[in-house]
Write a protein that binds this ligand. Sequence first.
Ligand SMILES: N[C@@H](CCC(=O)N[C@@H](CS)C(=O)NCC(=O)O)C(=O)O
Length: 289
Amino acid sequence: MTYHLAIGDRSYSSWSLRGWLLFEKFGLPVRCHAGVLYTEDFQRLLAEFPPARTVPALRLPEGDVISESLAIAETLAERHPEAGLWPEDPAARAMARSMAAEMCTSFSALRGDCPMNLLVSYEDSAPRAEVLADLARIGVLWARARDRFGTAGPWLFGRYTAADAFFAPVATRIATYNLPVSAGAMDYVNAHLSDPSFRRWRAMGKAQNLIQPSYAKPFAERAWPGPAPLPAEIADGPSENTACPYSGDPVTDFLRLEGRVWGFCNPFCRDRTLADPEAWPAFMAMLAR
Ligand SMILES: N[C@@H](CCC(=O)N[C@@H](CS)C(=O)NCC(=O)O)C(=O)O
């Protein structure tokens, strides 16, 4: 039984991030198929997931394709009740669904002016009043959920739920565009930036190294406000390990971290680790051995 998920560029495709988090955060295995947005490669990918016209698109083990993020969330929640995609409490669940739906249908100024871009963070993006109004509404929604249901943890409803997956790319926009939010909202943004799953997604985007020039904005850049990655660099072998920490295959590509050289079975495994070593438990476990 395998789920197949079509996704776009990890650094830019906010909906793909949502779709992937719906699997990753709830322990549901999935095989990702990536296509490059705005190219023939994207059309090639979509042709494998008819009748999808956007990503994420999910192909169920039975063959049917679902291509709306909210429908993907509901289908996974229905098929895997034990995974806990939505809060258990009916009032919290209703609020979570309402918030996710509002995310899907609203905030056009924020989404239009500040497209997701995980490769940069700007000093000042001079947000328009309409963007500030979207942020104010989002702040109200977040505070309402956190005050009533979220006191037991960093997420909207305490533990991570599908509602958090839907707001993850809003948190990244606040980080990328240095948008003004309350201290409470910033705590929630920081929970996303520190989340190991999000860090792995961002590291894979950096390793993918796809640049969409149309996303560049004419603002001064600042350092990424999330956790700074451990300083690793590409190196020559040999390495201390002979087997890749992820696949167990023989190592061919290497990085150096704190004076020690480690090997991986292909450049992507090396580069996603290079981008944020701490985000990868199998790599960190190898260091600790
Ligand atoms: N309503 C869709 C939106 C999906 C969406 O717009 N995805 C973008 C990528 S982030 C896309 O596929 N764009 C390609 C295009 O519109 O040609 C959902 O909830 O999944």
